[in-house]
Design a protein around this ligand. Structure first.
Ligand SMILES: [Zn+2]
Ligand SMILES: [Zn+2]
Length: 192
């Protein structure tokens, strides 16, 4: 007589509770915890992991946003370097000295000159790249003497005329450059 193979329900093997580590008899293949308190503990652990992951992701997003910001600031700084250089060269080639004290460039101390802003970058950021607002200025005047504003103004009037200076003084605007604009500006000014 042939044996009929009865479908034998396999008893699940005992397993370790994922919360307390004790061995227990699972009621289904999905069972992970030995008891309700241990099951609740596993839910709490899972929620904590989820929260930690969300926080990590949020921190990463903040970091990316900061880096974007930093990149734009860096582009502004790099564009400013080339714009300043163009302003200095323009005035040196024209034979000008410092806009505010008129001291002349000594070729042996070539590095002693800055490009000064007539309207400062702090108070008129929209004019930071505007060449008519920039002039060759000795480091002493630009840095130690606070920009020598009234002498700067006199010097600029001598060069460009009162009307032009008043125009610059009246200029309003915003200073919101895109990274693309700053890259183009830097490239164009590097070729000037
Ligand atoms: Zn347990
Ligand atoms: Zn000077």
């Amino acid at each position: 007589m042939q044996k009929t193979a009865l479908p034998v329900k396999k008893a699940l093997k005992p397993r370790r509770c994922k919360s307390c580590g004790n061995s227990f008899q699972p009621i289904s293949s999905m069972s992970k915890a030995c008891s309700v308190p241990c099951a609740l503990d596993l839910v709490r652990q899972a929620n904590a992991r989820k929260e930690a992951r969300a926080k990590r992701e949020e921190r990463a997003a903040t970091r990316v946003a900061k880096e974007k910001l930093k990149t734009r600031r860096e582009w502004i700084a790099e564009a400013q370097v080339v714009v300043n250089k163009v302003a200095r060269l323009r005035d040196i080639l024209a034979g000008h000295g410092c806009i505010s004290c008129d001291i002349k460039l000594n070729p042996r101390f070539g590095g002693a000159f800055d490009a000064g802003h007539f309207r400062s970058v702090g108070s008129a950021p929209h004019l930071r790249f505007f060449l008519p607002n920039l002039a060759l200025q000795c480091k002493k005047c630009n840095r130690d003497r606070g920009g020598m504003h009234s002498d700067f103004r006199k010097g600029l009037i001598n060069r460009s005329g009162l009307e032009r200076v008043e125009q610059i003084e009246a200029m309003q605007g915003t200073a919101k450059w895109s990274v693309e604009y700053l890259q183009r500006l830097k490239k164009a000014m590097s070729q000037a």
